[in-house]
Design a protein around this ligand. Sequence first.
Ligand SMILES: [Zn+2]
Length: 263
Amino acid sequence: MGRRIVIAVLTLCITTFNAGSVRGDSDQVPFAAHPAPPGLAPWGDQSGDYFDEIRSPPVGALVWSRWPVRVSIDPTAPLDWQADVRRALDNWQTYVPLTIVPDSEAITPEGLATFETSATQMVDALTVDIAIVRTIIPTQPAANGQLRAASARATFSLFVVRDRDESGDESGEASGVDRERFGHRFAIRVSPTQTGSFVQSAVRHEFGHALGLWGHSPNPQDVMFAAQVAQPGTVSVRDVNTLMRVYEQPTRLGWWVERQATP
Ligand SMILES: [Zn+2]
């Protein structure tokens, strides 16, 4: 079930996910595309895309459907690091609406475990969709069995969002929890070994994963190229074209579960 994209060259990231107990194939949840984010439109030129390299987990495309996407920047990290992260986000903000949550709501390295493992969330408890944290990244075994270190890593978790029905019922009983939808959240870990422009290029790349680009471009001029390059570029036309196609794909994320009537 887990999917890891393994590349032979020096990687900018390793991508993993854990699906927890979410039933990604539930037929009680619509499997349909959401509207594309405001600001994201095809360029209509001949630059093409690398959509064929993008993968989807069983729940469907890893797209967001509630805008703006709420992003947290590690408030415990040095201020210049936080500034580099903001510059990387500015590049994507042209195409997708983002908002940076206040430090008081931001995810710290200590808060990551809870952020990633909560299986069920009340809708009003959700304040962060994508957490960017400066923390040591555990090594993972590579395809050849050797341990490899990553400079940054994007991972996502799936969970069920619950929304409380406050209307109550005729008997006056306390209102219950009666609506659920599939949700996801991303954690982006950036190794403390990364500084300056490396932080920017790493975050720019990992954030592409978090926006739904779950794969890598074969072209070194694209942000989603798998390896670090000497002159990392900014978000390219191909990156945008690919993201646009991802947002045309069906998904179960973000849709409410249709509860069957109970007698
Ligand atoms: Zn990557």
